[in-house]
Design a protein around this ligand. Structure first.
Ligand SMILES: NC(=O)c1ccc[n+]([C@@H]2O[C@H](COP(=O)([O-])OP(=O)(O)OC[C@H]3O[C@@H](n4cnc5c(N)ncnc54)[C@H](OP(=O)(O)O)[C@@H]3O)[C@@H](O)[C@H]2O)c1
Length: 255
């Protein structure tokens, strides 16, 4: 099937950063497919943005991912951009044996295993595209860990290193690899973590999406909006200092 528009698939595109970025791709003549687990959230997105495509599915579920790959092939002849954005953040006190271990393992599944799974199954479509792109949403916390979210910080550092490592490998197949490392952004994830007492002023998702779009279309491979740029620099110049600044309160409230 001949394609007139490029196709971007954004996991976790039903809210927050993914949704704000989905609008940028829509405004720029892409076919945009967003995914998430909660169907009513996706249906609301479809009502607000009728030209968007929605697909319900869990990035941790192998069968959901395989069905999504098939659907993209049948509907569009394949995707051109895989945007691994779905993610969750748990606040955890590793010094408390009442921690729910399963929640942390699920966090690793969603934030780190799923991007590897999605790339694996979408690779033939990205190769076929000839202008394939993989975009991974990690976090500024990939540079400096946030003690209140130790497992989250670990997943984002792992995603960052994986992204660096696959970039030269995929380049050989004409696939570009981009990483978005957001600072604190005003989304459900940040609200649930209740970070306001930690002196971290959230950025509006629309502002984040505007910075992403400018850098992405300028060909930047590592996109560091707002505070993330400082975290990157400081993690090299003064790692202990910046770790201390970010972690004055290492234990989450109510844990
Ligand atoms: N907000 C921040 O401060 C911040 C900072 C740095 C990085 N990030 C990263 O940005 C990404 C987006 O987060 P956000 O802040 O925009 O949060 P959000 O508004 O809570 O969005 C998360 C999205 O991921 C989806 N999702 C979660 N688990 C999923 C699963 N197992 N399968 C499929 N979809 C799933 C959610 O939909 P359902 O719940 O319906 O599945 C939702 O669409 C995440 O990777 C996050 O780690 C966020």
């Amino acid at each position: 099937m001949a394609k007139s528009k490029k196709v971007v698939l954004i996991t976790g595109g039903s809210s927050g950063i993914g949704l704000a970025i989905a609008k940028k791709f829509l405004d720029n003549n892409y076919e945009v497919v967003v995914t998430g687990r909660n169907l009513s959230k996706l249906q609301k997105v479809k009502t607000d943005l009728p030209t968007i495509h929605i697909e319900q599915g869990d990035v941790c579920n192998e069968e959901d991912v395989k069905a999504l790959v098939l659907k993209m092939e049948q509907t569009f002849g394949g995707i051109d951009v895989l945007f691994n954005n779905a993610g969750i953040m748990n606040l955890v006190d590793a010094g408390n044996e009442q921690n729910q271990l399963e929640r942390q393992f699920t966090e690793i599944e969603i934030n780190f295993h799923a991007p590897i799974r999605l790339l694996h199954y979408f690779l033939p479509q990205l190769k076929k595209s000839k202008k394939g792109t993989v975009i991974n949403t990690s976090s500024g916390l990939a540079y400096v860990p946030f003690a209140q979210a130790p497992t989250y910080s670990g997943t984002k550092a792992a995603l960052h290193f994986w992204t660096l490592a696959i970039r030269p490998q995929l380049r050989r197949h004409g696939i570009k690899v981009v990483e978005l490392l957001p600072p604190v952004v005003d989304t459900k994830l940040a609200k649930d973590a209740d970070l306001k007492d930690d002196n971290l002023k959230p950025m509006a998702p629309e502002k984040m999406a505007a910075i992403f779009w400018k850098d992405f279309t300028n060909g930047k491979e590592e996109i560091t909006p707002g505070l993330s740029k400082q975290l990157k620099l400081m993690s090299r110049l003064a790692p202990k200092f910046i770790f201390g600044q970010l972690n004055k309160q290492p234990i989450p409230k109510n844990k």
